[in-house]
Design a protein around this ligand. Structure first.
Ligand SMILES: Nc1ncnc2c1ncn2[C@@H]1O[C@H](COP(=O)(O)OP(=O)(O)O)[C@@H](O)[C@H]1O
Ligand SMILES: Nc1ccn([C@@H]2O[C@H](COP(=O)(O)O)[C@@H](O)[C@H]2O)c(=O)n1
Length: 552
């Protein structure tokens, strides 16, 4: 890890740097992504611009139109899905999200999030600017990460110094930049991270951490956001908030007294001893890295608007119209070798005849669906590796048999229809674990969105039976597979089990994830304009659970 500035300022001293480096709890060993971020500057503007709200606006009035105004969402809707918590953590490993849209392309490959770095002096308005950019963007999946979360854990001595305003929180040694790089890199890879929550009153971390996933846009803000070369490499756009020093001091006094439990004298002492010299020595010179300089911070609407506009253009170029693309993707007629279609015997066609008939009453629909589900699960099980075993029969004669080689099998159902397949799996595998993923279609965008996730902790060690009763374009199944891969489940440890799929769905999934086994009892020719399977079964979940047909 290399810092930006070689010499320390004379007044920076203090931190005896004995603070324990922070640990982000479930950071798995596989950190091979630490070398990421070679696209420095590739997405962002190439030259530094200072933007003031007094910038004349002439012919480009249209391009300055707020991205927010282009999308007719209600404010309350977008606020819940945007600025707040994109991930709400439930009990232990349950994750609720505000509806995460796809974060990968038609090939199932990750679309890298756009990372904006926001740097500036303390109380310059970095957080305010970051929040306003998020508001302007109005895209549903934006993550705000603060450098403050990466303050090192203090020793007792450092803690005593901090209580007397004698600890230098503005020196680079106060931060764990290695962890910043690890965290940002993982977020760029779409992986889950646990970020410490910092308490400015106690100078300590909270015991709880905050779960964050990758996102379409990540905003990283902090006084030393542009200090480390390795961090800079991960930023696609670099914004410097340039606010007058008197203004910053006044804001900091107000904020630290009102929100951070400080007293006037202490704030001033810390300011003149540490904050001001660090600004002059580390922060102000880092302005050279900025693509855009924003005078006055959050008040500068023109600048915020331009930044949002630029990010929207970048996002549009990356393209997120996934389901539509999947529905119209053109594949040959040769079916992939990863497809394991049960033979179309009279028995299977007979079962399909019951469940496809619109007049079949619900009890019969459930009965015959269960029989088909059992067949598909048994078929999927038969595809796993078996080893030779010899047992002795009651007659004392050896029997050369087989035993399933994979002991760890976990079912993951895509809610709701996938849930109907859980019982069959439990009947054939005792002690099987079951995880759940809720994916729903956004009725405005037509895109699948991830809402809920509950998976066993060590999911990467399991062979997964991913269950969904029907697969149309494959959009939901691809999202679920992507979630499993992001949890480090190997692709060839996934079997997708379904009663009915479409040609399109089979090809889309096989194209994106050729190592995933696809097991189904029938493949229908196509989807209609509403993405329903044709001829299909109708809405499997509604027919099975006896609920009113939804509009999805
Ligand atoms: N334009 C502004 N006018 C007045 N107060 C502001 C303005 N921008 C921010 N503040 C206040 O100044 C303090 C610091 O702002 P914040 O955005 O948190 O800055 P930073 O993240 O750079 O420390 C907060 O209390 C905030 O409410
Ligand atoms: N325990 C702490 C930790 C940090 N600070 C000060 O916070 C400033 C950074 O936060 P901003 O929101 O202002 O960017 C930094 O200047 C530290 O001096 C603190 O006072 N106590």
């Amino acid at each position: 890890m290399s810092g930006r500035f070689k010499q320390d300022p004379p007044s920076s001293a203090s931190s005896d740097s004995g603070g324990e480096d922070c640990i982000v709890p479930p950071m798995e060993e596989d950190e091979s992504n630490a070398e990421m971020g070679e696209n420095e500057g590739s997405q962002g503007p190439s030259s530094t611009r200072t933007i003031s709200s007094t910038t004349p606006q002439t012919s480009n009035q249209n391009t300055l139109r707020s991205p927010r105004s282009r999308r007719q969402r209600t404010t309350s809707q977008s606020q819940t899905s945007r600025s707040g918590e994109p991930i709400l953590r439930g009990r232990r490993r349950t994750i609720y999200t505000a509806g995460r849209p796809p974060w990968y392309d038609c090939q199932g490959q990750l679309v890298e999030p756009f990372v904006i770095g926001v740097c500036g002096g303390s109380a310059s308005g970095k957080t305010t600017v970051a929040k306003k950019i998020i508001e302007e963007l109005d895209v549903p999946w934006v993550t705000l990460l603060s450098l403050d979360s990466f303050y090192k854990v203090l020793t007792e001595k450092q803690h005593d110094d901090a209580a007397r305003n004698e600890y230098n929180f503005d020196h680079p040694d106060a931060f764990d930049f290695e962890l910043v790089v690890k965290t940002l890199s993982r977020l760029k890879e779409g992986k889950k991270v646990e970020v410490p929550i910092y308490n400015f009153v106690t100078h300590r971390r909270e015991t709880k951490t905050k779960t964050m996933y990758g996102a379409n846009v990540i905003i990283f803000e902090g006084i030393l956001a542009f200090y480390s070369h390795d961090v800079i490499k991960l930023l696609d756009m670099k914004v410097f908030v340039d606010t007058d020093s008197d203004e910053r001091l006044v804001r900091r006094l107000r904020r630290d007294i009102a929100e951070r439990g400080r007293e006037l004298d202490g704030v001033l002492k810390q300011y003149f001893k540490f904050v001001k010299p660090a600004f002059d020595y580390y922060i102000a010179p880092s302005m050279v890295h900025a693509d855009i300089i924003v005078p006055r911070g959050g008040d500068n609407e023109v600048a915020i608007n331009l930044i949002a506009q630029n990010v929207m253009t970048q996002l549009q170029q990356r393209g997120f119209k996934l389901r539509e693309k999947l529905a119209h993707a053109n594949f040959g007629i040769v079916r992939p070798s990863s497809l394991h279609l049960l033979p179309s015997t009279p028995q299977i066609r007979g079962l399909h005849t019951f469940i496809r008939n619109k007049d079949t009453p619900r009890d019969e629909f459930i009965f015959y669906s269960k029989r088909l589900i059992r067949l598909v699960i048994e078929h999927a099980l038969a595809l796993l590796p078996f080893t030779d075993v010899t047992v002795e029969t009651p007659q004392g004669i050896p029997y050369e048999g087989k035993r399933i080689a994979t002991e760890k099998i976990c079912g993951v159902s895509i809610l709701r229809a996938g849930e109907t397949m859980e019982n069959a799996l439990c009947e054939v595998l005792k002690d099987v674990r079951i995880g759940k993923i809720l994916i729903q279609t956004n009725l405005d965008t037509g895109e699948p969105e991830l809402y809920y996730l509950r998976l066993p902790k060590d999911i990467k060690d399991y062979h997964i039976f991913l269950m969904d009763a029907t697969v149309a374009t494959g959009a939901a199944a691809i999202m679920a597979i992507r979630v499993l891969l992001d949890h480090e489940v190997p692709e060839d440890h996934i079997s997708l089990c379904s009663l009915l799929m479409t040609e399109q769905g089979v090809h889309n999934i096989a194209y994106a994830f050729p190592k995933v086994r696809i097991v189904t009892t029938a493949v229908d020719p196509c989807v209609n304009e509403k993405f329903y399977i044709v001829p299909g079964i109708g809405n499997f979940g509604d027919r099975y659970f006896g609920t009113e047909p939804s509009d999805q």
